[in-house]
Design a protein. Structure first.
Length: 239
């Protein structure tokens, strides 16, 4: 008896490989985009947690934040005091003090996700650092005595990578006598990053909704499917 072995021909194998290639080309970009977004969300939430922890430790050691600046007389001194006390309890790889050209932060105008720019992220009255994971970390204490508030800005891609865009890789937090908050202490707000006139509402969306779907919507808040409009109650994702 003659035993025959079944196998694919070369032509059939090439056809199958071609189909697999087309499917991969269509799906991998979306997969990579989703993975990248999840990594950014996780990093923003981790930084938020680290700032909260460091702020709590600083208060435990140095007392209430509003008492930190009793001997300080100007905005730079406020930023210096706040920066040194907060970063004492964070993993820092580099400190640039108030030198905005020393390599801790991109020395360019920050971009907005709807186009255009919104000025420098760091100014000479602020203190800048690079965290151990490469994140640019900016401490702004100018309002420390006026309304007992410290502002923190982060560029999660660091000073030499990324888009340097608010809501994409640049995010903001604030601290006052009651704790640390995403953005300007705007709790579950009606505002959505991209469709609001207020710039500081991107971080709060990421922290509470665990996504960056505001990057996918149009200027009216509508998702790519053409029907879903992002909001804080029923549609917190475009999926």
């Amino acid at each position: 008896m003659i035993k025959r072995e079944l196998a694919f021909t070369l032509a059939e194998t090439l056809i199958v490989m071609g189909i697999i290639g087309v499917v991969a080309a269509l799906t991998l970009p979306n997969l990579n985009s989703s993975t990248g977004e999840k990594e950014k969300v996780a990093k923003v939430k981790k930084i938020y947690s680290n700032i909260e922890d460091a702020y709590g430790r600083a208060i435990a050691v140095y007392g209430p934040m509003q008492e930190w600046f009793n001997s300080d007389t100007n905005e730079l001194m406020y930023s210096k005091r706040a920066g040194e006390r907060i970063t004492e309890f964070m993993k820092i790889s580099k400190s640039c003090a108030n030198n905005t050209t020393a390599g801790c932060v991109t020395n360019a105008d920050m971009k907005t996700i709807v186009g255009g720019t919104s000025g420098k992220l760091a100014k000479s009255n602020m203190y800048t650092y690079i965290l151990a994971d490469g994140t640019s970390f900016i401490v702004d204490g100018k309002n420390a005595k006026i309304n007992n508030t410290i502002i923190f800005a982060v560029d999660i891609d660091g000073p030499s990578k990324g888009k340097f865009t608010h809501g994409y890789d640049v995010f903001f937090f604030s601290a006052n006598s009651t704790g640390v908050f995403p953005d300007d202490n705007v709790r579950i707000a009606p505002h959505i990053c991209r469709v609001t006139t207020s710039a500081s509402v991107c971080t709060i969306w990421v922290i509470y909704n665990n996504n960056m779907d505001y990057l996918k919507i149009d200027n009216s808040g509508k998702c790519p499917n053409g029907t879903t409009i992002l909001n804080w109650t029923t549609n917190t994702t475009c999926k």
